[in-house]
Design a protein around this ligand. Structure first.
Ligand SMILES: CC(=O)SCCNC(=O)CCNC(=O)[C@H](O)C(C)(C)COP(=O)(O)OP(=O)(O)OC[C@H]1O[C@@H](n2cnc3c(N)ncnc32)[C@H](O)[C@@H]1OP(=O)(O)O
Ligand SMILES: CC(=O)C(=O)O
Length: 539
C-alpha cells in the first residue's frame, strides 16, 4: 500500500520551461497518462490563462484524461496588486481549468515583492490570503509555491515565515518551499525546512532547482526534515539546469528510505516510463541518469567485472531490476577475462573466465582496440569474434566475397553512387549492383540484392545509424578510420565496427559483419537458456 506522501510532478509546467522542450497538447496528454500509470499523486498540467496551449490542455483533459492515480493541478500566480481575486482574469482562468487542485506561486522574498511585483510587503500577504481564500471558497484544494523561499528566508526570515502562515491560515493545504534559483545546498535546505516546520507547524513541500547540482539532494534533505510533498519532473527537465529528477527522488525514497511512495511493482516500471516520456518529449534523458539511465548499471572496467562475477552488489548500489533496468557489461581495452565472460553470458554463451577461449578473446579485443576498433557499441562484431574463438577458428561462411567496388559519378548537379558486389553463394557466383545516396547506402543495397533471395532473414536487417571517426595518430598502427554502424533486426538493435585506412573499406567490413551476424545460427556453445546474470542478483 503506497503511503500518503504527496508526489507532485511538474513536467508539464516547469519541465516545459526547459530550453528546447516544446510539447503539443497531444504530447502533454500522453505524458500525463504515463506519469499517472507510474503512480504519481499530482500532475501539474500548466498555467491556464497565461499559456493558450495550457488552457487547451485543461479543456481537453476534462474529457480525454481518465487518471487512475493522479489528481490534476492548474498552476498560476496570486492575484495582481490592487485587484480583488474575484476580478482577476488570471485567477478566473485557474477556476475555469476545473482541476481539483490549484497551485499558486507566491512571492516570499522581500526583494522580489518590492522589485519584481512592485508592491508592498503587506499587499503581497493580502494577495496570497485573498487568492487562496477565493479558490478554497470555490472548492479547490490549494497548494502554495513559496517562490525564492530559501533566499528570502536568509534575507528576511520573519517575512518568509509570514508568507507560509498567511497561505496556511487562508486554507492552503501544503506550502511548497521553492529553491527557485537552485543555489542552495542540502545542509541549508535541511535547516530552513526544520525551522519553518517548527515555527509554523504548516505541512511543507519542496520544489528544488538544480543550479548547484543539488536538486535531488535538496529534495531528500527536505523530506528527511519533514516535508510531505516532493515536486520534481521527469528526467529533471526544467528551467535553466532543471528541477529535481522525480524518477531519482522516487527511487531514493522507496529504496533508500523505505517509503513506499509508489508501489514496488510500479517502481519496476520506472525505466520504461522514462523511455516512454523521452519518446514523447524528444528530449533525451542522460545515459548517466541515476537508476534508469542506460549506463546506470553498465560496467566497463575489468576489475569491476571481475568482482561483479562473484557478487553484483560489489559494484552496484542497488538491484537494477527493482527499477526496471538491467546490468550490462562493456567489452573494451579496459576489460579483461571477466568482462569477456560477463558479456558472453549476457549474449547467452556459457563460458568461464578461466578458459583459453576467453583469454584469447580478451587478448584479441585489447589488440584490436589498440588498432582502432571499439567494441563498446559493436556487440555484433564482438559476438563474431567470440564465436571464432569458441569454434576454434573461422567458421565456414554462408557466402564468400570475390570482389566489391564503389563508384561516385558527378554530372552537373547530380551525384550518383553505384556499388557492385560479386559473391559466391551456395556454390554459385552472384553479381549485384546497388544505388544509393552515398557509398554505404549503395553497398548495403547491393548486398541485400545479392543475398536476400537466398537468406530471407536478411530482409529484416535495417541500418539505423552510421558514424565515422578519423583516427590518425590515435592508434598504435596509425589506422585511419573507424566506422560504427547500428542496425535494427526485428525487435533487436545492435552494432558492428570496421577499421581501415580507407573509410569505404571500413564501412564494407562493418556491413559484412552485420550480414554474418544475422546469419549466425545454431552455434555450438551458445546456450539459449543460459541463466541470465540478473538471476544471480539477490532480492
Ligand atoms: C518560478 C517560476 O517558474 S513561476 C512560473 C513562470 N512561468 C511563466 O512565466 C510562463 C507563463 N508566463 C506568461 O505567459 C507571462 O509571463 C504572463 C502571462 C504570466 C505575464 O505576461 P505579461 O503580463 O505580458 O508580463 P511579463 O511576462 O512581462 O511579466 C511581468 C508581469 O508579471 C508580474 N509578475 C512577476 N512575477 C509575478 C508573480 N510571481 N506573481 C504575479 N505576478 C507576477 C509583474 O509584476 C509584471 O506585472 P505588471 O506588468 O502588471 O507590472
Ligand atoms: C514555482 C517555481 O517553479 C519555482 O519557484 O521555481
Amino acid at each position: 500500500m503506497a503511503e500518503q506522501f504527496q508526489l507532485y510532478d511538474t513536467t508539464l509546467r516547469d519541465g516545459t520551461q526547459q530550453e528546447g522542450m516544446v510539447l503539443t497538447v497531444e504530447d502533454k496528454l500522453a505524458v500525463a497518462r504515463r506519469l499517472d500509470d507510474l503512480g504519481v499523486g499530482f500532475i501539474e498540467g500548466g498555467w491556464p490563462g497565461a499559456v493558450p496551449k495550457d488552457t487547451e490542455f485543461f479543456r481537453r483533459a476534462r474529457t480525454e484524461l481518465d487518471l487512475g492515480n493522479a489528481v490534476l493541478a492548474a498552476f498560476g500566480a496570486t492575484r495582481r496588486p490592487g485587484v480583488p481575486a474575484s476580478l482577476d482574469p488570471q485567477v478566473r482562468a485557474l477556476l475555469e481549468a476545473e482541476t481539483p487542485v490549484v497551485t499558486l506561486v507566491a512571492k516570499s522574498h522581500t526583494g522580489h515583492v518590492r522589485n519584481a511585483l512592485r508592491t508592498t510587503l503587506a499587499e503581497n500577504l493580502a494577495m496570497i490570503s485573498g487568492t487562496v481564500r477565493h479558490l478554497v471558497h470555490a472548492g479547490r484544494r490549494v497548494f502554495v509555491d513559496a517562490e525564492h523561499y530559501f533566499d528570502g528566508y536568509q534575507l528576511n526570515r520573519e517575512y518568509a515565515l509570514a508568507v507560509v502562515r498567511a497561505a496556511a491560515e487562508a486554507g492552503a493545504e501544503t506550502v511548497v518551499l521553492c529553491d527557485t534559483n537552485g543555489g542552495s545546498l542540502p545542509d541549508e535546505v535541511r535547516t530552513v525546512v526544520t525551522e519553518t516546520l517548527d515555527l509554523t507547524g504548516v505541512p511543507l513541500g519542496i520544489h528544488a532547482h538544480n543550479d548547484s547540482g543539488c536538486a535531488v539532494a535538496n529534495t531528500m534533505a527536505a523530506v528527511d526534515a519533514g516535508a510531505v510533498q516532493a515536486q520534481g519532473t521527469a528526467h529533471g527537465y526544467g528551467e535553466r539546469c532543471g528541477n529535481a529528477d522525480l524518477f531519482t527522488v522516487i527511487a531514493n525514497l522507496v529504496l533508500k528510505r523505505g517509503r513506499e511512495v509508489i508501489p514496488l511493482e510500479k517502481l519496476r516500471e520506472l525505466a520504461r516510463t522514462g523511455r516512454a516520456v523521452t519518446e514523447l518529449t524528444q528530449v533525451p534523458g542522460s545515459a548517466a541518469a541515476p537508476y534508469i539511465g542506460g549506463s546506470a548499471f553498465t560496467h566497463k572496467a575489468g576489475l569491476h567485472a571481475s568482482a561483479l562475477r562473484v557478487d553484483p552488489d560489489l559494484y552496484q548500489h542497488t538491484t537494477p531490476e527493482f527499477v526496471g533496468n538491467t546490468m550490462r557489461t562493456l567489452v573494451s581495452d579496459m576489460g579483461g577475462r571477466s568482462s569477456i565472460e560477463l558479456k558472453a553470458r549476457e549474449l547467452g554463451y556459457a563460458v568461464e573466465a578461466g578458459s583459453d577461449e576467453v583469454a584469447r578473446a580478451a587478448t584479441r579485443v585489447k589488440e584490436m582496440e589498440s588498432d582502432g576498433y571499439s567494441f563498446e557499441s559493436a556487440d555484433a562484431s564482438f559476438e563474431l569474434l567470440l564465436r571464432e574463438e569458441l569454434d576454434g577458428g573461422p567458421r565456414p561462411r554462408p557466402f564468400d566475397v570475390e570482389s566489391w567496388s564503389v563508384g561516385v559519378t558527378g554530372t552537373g548537379d547530380e551525384v550518383r553512387t553505384e556499388a557492385t558486389v560479386r559473391l559466391t553463394v551456395q556454390g554459385r557466383s552472384v553479381t549485384a549492383t546497388g544505388h544509393g545516396n552515398g557509398p554505404v547506402n549503395a553497398m548495403d543495397t547491393a548486398l541485400h540484392t545479392a543475398l536476400d533471395p537466398c537468406f530471407p532473414a536478411l530482409s529484416r536487417l535495417e541500418l539505423t545509424d552510421y558514424r565515422v571517426r578519423v583516427l590518425s595518430g590515435e592508434t598504435g598502427s596509425g589506422a585511419a578510420a573507424r566506422v560504427l554502424i547500428s542496425y535494427r533486426d526485428g525487435e533487436r538493435s545492435w552494432g558492428t565496427v570496421g577499421v581501415d585506412g580507407n573509410t569505404t573499406a571500413a564501412s564494407w567490413q562493418a556491413l559484412l559483419d552485420a550480414v554474418h551476424y544475422v546469419l549466425l545460427d545454431g552455434p555450438p556453445g551458445r546456450v539459449e537458456d543460459a541463466p541470465p546474470l540478473a538471476a544471480a542478483v539477490p532480492g
